[in-house]
Design a protein around this ligand. Sequence first.
Ligand SMILES: Cc1ncc(COP(=O)(O)O)c(C=O)c1O
Length: 397
Amino acid sequence: MTYAFSDRMASLQPSAIREILKNTSSPDVIPFAAGNPAPEAFPLKEIENITRIIMGDNPVAALQYSVSEGYPALRDAAFSFAEKREPGIRKPGDTILIVSGAQQGIELAAKCLINEGDTVLSEDPSFVGALNALRSYHPNLVGVPMEEDGMNLDALEKAMQTQPNVKLLYIIPNFQNPTGITTSLEKRKAIYELCKRYGVMILEDNPYGDLRFDGSYIPAIKTMDTEGLVIYVGSFSKIISPGLRVGYVIANSDFMAKMVVAKQCSDVHTNILAQMVCERFLISCNMNSHLLGLQKIYKSKAALLIKCLEEHTAGRLTWRAPQGGMFIWCTLPEGSDMVAFCKKAAEAKVAVVPGSAFLTDPSEPCRSFRMNYSTPSNKQIISGCEIMGGVLKDFLR
Ligand SMILES: Cc1ncc(COP(=O)(O)O)c(C=O)c1O
């Protein structure tokens, strides 16, 4: 049978990266390619207790259909949590929608906004899950090169001036996936002003904001929004559990009314038991000390990875130390074949993600790859870097 797939899906192919990573899920492979929260960061006991309480007190509500906007108590709790973490994020006329992970928030925003051929701007490189969600609506996807402190503003403005019907800018301002870059306050303000001037909406994706372990807090672009331009996407995946699949979107209620319809078509509502667990967690746990605990774990893992990279790859590989999040972006010397290196590393049972996977145009040249430090254990980080250092030495010889 030859299946006649829609144009939307026919153009989305499993990437070449999968080929490289396909044998890397076995336990003997060192998982620098993953993006999972650290196994030791899960609040297992708390979730177990909360789930038992919910199933004791309110089992039918936890298993019943619910409303698309989200479990009302979680909407309140998530709104207050977001407002505490990002003072000023809630603007008059804003509302909150509970979604099945930030990924769904991104996909629904794309569904509501993008017509075929509309221009969507994105940091380049960027999170491949979001790029693919955007791509499935057939936009003119235009990448804006990244600098140490966020997007190149000249390139951003030029794209706004020259590309047709620029509708949306997708941005991950904190500890970006994959580069680890944090957009400076000056750039956040300038990006907002440019979007305001050119009438471009902003999809601000902030799943890592609470995982800052260095430097100082920088306010979300949403906190600067006076026009209802920013759709802010938050997630409990990296701070409670990704398996619960609970995230949220904060945006103007006129925009959100359409998102709710889109969500109804997609999955009716987010898993209600998972929403109840998140709500109880937010209400009953000391979130400040929980987040401090996570930041401590990620700080020490990032420091260990950097120390080991210095020991085994210095002079051959370059990288920048992130101020939070889960990723380090490593770059090979001029003229290196990055994909060939990633293949060699995978053969030596060290998995990293080729950087081209994150480009808006994956056929563009790329000498970088992404390493994750949250998933591997300390032991794996140490041995993985040693193996990678050996592979790199041979590779560059
Ligand atoms: C930048 C970014 N946005 C969104 C997501 C998706 O998160 P969620 O699990 O909340 O869907 C990820 C997951 O890795 C991510 O890195």
